[in-house]
Write a protein that binds this ligand. Structure first.
Ligand SMILES: *[C@@H]1O[C@H](CO)[C@@H](O)[C@H](O)[C@H]1NC(C)=O
Length: 278
C-alpha cells in the first residue's frame, strides 16, 4: 500500500502540473537525453524511486544526491537537486516538486534529464555525473547593450569580483543598483565550485559587455547580474514566504484529496467491472 500511494503521488505530481506559485518556480532551461528507456523496465521503477526521493528530500534539505541501484548494473540511476541558497524550505520543496512535474511532461521515457527553474535545479541520468565538475555552457543570456556606461561597468565588475572572491556554494553581492548572484551544485568540492564560478564570471564579463543583466548557466554552477531590477530574480520573495507556506500546505491537501479520489474511483471501477466479470 505504501508503494502504491507513493506511485500515485508521483503520478499526480507528474501529470497535474502544480500551478506556479512564485518567481522561484519560473522556468529557466530544461533538456532531455536522446536515449530512451524501456517502459515498465526496472530502470523506470528505479527512476520513479529516485524522483520520489528527490521530492521528499527537498522538504528538509537544500541539496541532496541519490544513486538507485537495481539488480543489474544497467538499471542504475543517479540524480540530485539543488535549491538556491536563499530559498526557504517550503519553497524549495515546491520548486523541486514542480521541476519533477515539468521533467515528467517534457522528457517522456528519456534515460536522462535536467531542468533549472529560478529557485532549483534537478538532474538525473543513467551515467554518473555526481561529483563531476562540468563547465559546459548550458544557457547564456545577455540583455541588449545600453551603450558603454563606464560607471555602471565599474560597479558591475566590482559585484562580479566580490562574487568570485567570496566563498561557499551560494553567493550574493551588490553595489548600488547592481545585484549579483552565484550558485554551485553542492556535489562540487569548494575548489571545484570556485573554479566553475571563475569560468562563469569570466564569461559573463567577456560576453555581456554593456548589458544591464546577464545570466551564465554552466552545467554545475551559474553566475548572474542585473541592474535596477531589470531582472526579476533579484527580487527577494522572503516577504511572502508565509503565504507560500500556506499555498504549499494547500497543495499537499489537494494532492491528498486527489489520492483519495483516485482510490475511490479505483474502488468504484473494481465494483462495476468486478460485478460484470461474474
Ligand atoms: C543508459 O541508457 C541507454 C538507453 O537505455 C543505454 O543505451 C546506455 O547503455 C545506458 N548507459 C549506461 C551507462 O548504463
Amino acid at each position: 500500500m505504501a508503494i502504491t500511494l507513493e506511485l500515485i503521488i508521483l503520478f499526480l505530481v507528474s501529470f497535474f502540473p502544480i500551478p506556479s506559485l512564485s518567481i522561484s518556480d519560473a522556468f529557466v532551461y530544461g533538456g532531455c537525453s536522446a536515449l530512451k528507456y524501456v517502459p515498465n523496465s526496472p530502470y523506470e521503477s528505479n527512476l520513479n524511486s529516485l524522483l520520489t526521493s528527490l521530492v521528499n528530500s527537498a522538504t528538509y534539505s537544500a541539496y541532496n544526491k541519490f544513486t538507485i541501484t537495481g539488480s543489474s548494473p544497467n538499471d542504475v540511476v543517479y540524480g540530485l537537486f539543488q535549491c538556491r541558497g536563499d530559498l526557504a524550505m517550503p519553497d524549495c520543496a515546491t520548486c523541486v516538486a514542480r521541476s519533477v512535474s515539468q521533467i515528467g511532461s517534457m522528457c517522456r521515457q528519456t534515460a536522462g534529464a535536467a531542468i533549472q527553474l529560478e529557485g532549483c535545479f534537478v538532474k538525473y541520468d543513467n551515467t554518473s555525473f555526481i561529483g563531476v565538475e562540468d563547465k559546459t555552457v548550458v544557457l547564456h543570456k545577455c540583455a541588449p547593450s545600453i551603450g558603454y556606461d563606464t560607471d555602471l561597468m565599474n560597479r558591475r565588475d566590482a559585484v562580479l569580483r566580490s562574487l568570485g572572491g567570496s566563498g561557499g556554494p551560494f553567493r550574493v553581492g551588490g553595489s548600488e543598483d547592481v545585484q549579483g548572484m552565484a550558485q554551485c551544485v553542492e556535489d562540487l568540492s569548494a575548489g571545484e565550485c570556485q573554479d566553475c564560478l571563475k569560468e562563469a564570471i569570466g564569461r559573463l564579463k567577456s560576453d555581456c559587455g554593456g548589458a544591464v543583466y546577464g545570466d551564465m548557466f554552466l552545467a554545475k554552477c551559474y553566475a548572474r547580474f542585473s541592474t535596477s531590477g531589470a531582472h526579476a530574480y533579484a527580487k527577494s520573495n522572503h516577504g511572502n514566504s508565509h503565504s507560500d507556506g500556506e499555498k504549499t500546505f494547500a497543495i499537499i491537501i489537494g494532492l491528498l484529496a486527489g489520492v483519495a479520489l483516485v482510490i475511490i474511483f479505483l474502488t468504484f471501477l473494481k465494483k462495476v467491472f468486478g460485478g460484470h466479470a461474474k
